[in-house]
Design a protein around this ligand. Sequence first.
Ligand code: BYC
Length: 312
Amino acid sequence: MDEFEAQFDATIAADQRVEPRDWMPEAYRRTLIRQIAQHAHSEIIGMQPEGNWILRAPSLRRKSILLAKVQDEAGHGMYLYAAAETLGVDREELTEKLIDGKQKYSSIFNYPTLSYADIGVIGWLVDGAAICNQVPLCRCSYGPYARAMIRICKEESFHQRQGYELLLAMVNGTDRQREMVQESVNRFWWPSLMMFGPPDDDSPNSAQSMEWGIKRHTNDELRQRFVDMSVPQAKALGVTFPDPELVWNEERQAHDYGEPDWDEFKAVIAGSGPANAQRVAHRRRAHENGAWVREAARAYAEKQDARKAVAA
Ligand code: BYC
């Protein structure tokens, strides 16, 4: 075992990729399963708040953009479940854990979408935060996760642009449309900052995940990057963030900003957010309604196997 462990340590030290065939410490495998499963669940649950507006999109153009985006999120979930399966877990098992409330998904999707401006703000801020967090994951030490992230990040960039483009159209519209954008930004700013996870001194997993090359930056580093990136974009849109402490710090060459409400964050990830129960119940219903598809696929695969066995 020592020889295997030395090989694993050398792979990490040389910044090379660990592949499914390689030996890996059990805790490394468990951490990856936890993070990749949560990430996959987030993509799938993340379809709900935006899917809520597909039938009410204001034009055919907006509807086709939104449909494409929501379908992309389903695809991201599939790449990620496939990456998790290379670690020896089954997609079915992960889905069961999600709908039984035993595995988490991103806090952000427990907030409701109340207006069409939310579609733009989710694209701009939520996908923007996702890109900040996920681009470094393209260099994650586990090969299948890193490769899935490359494709996901390309699509997330399109998602972010479509959100910003929608907001540009709205802020160049009527006063009422500008108010809708500002109202939505007010609701989504703090939850977007929470997407990066708890502050570094309250993040139990960061140090080990960074040692293993799973995470490349701390939660606070990425949150800071996101704040600095978003401020000029808000200025260009003519909106403000609901944070009186947000100010440029010349010495740090970065923005100072206020503290998110970490009690709210803890309540949301513990299942008491505004939409947790609804999100999980909807996912459970969709899973149950899809049972016949899984049964049919299994029956078809069995029939194919039986035919092959007869032919052999
Ligand atoms: N929400 O030690 P920490 C998307 C949990 S999808 C819920 O810092 P870690 C998109 C954390 O899991 C966005 N839980 O953890 C889709 C841990 O609990 P457990 C999803 C959170 O793992 C559709 C505990 O708090 N992105 O972009 O080192 C439409 C302590 O935290 C959250 C990903 O999943 C949270 N926000 O760091 C549009 C990215 N934050 O597991 C967009 C991949 C923390 O010990 N994941 N927790 O019970 C990551 O990069 C890391 O897992 C995190 C957390 C930075 C999120």
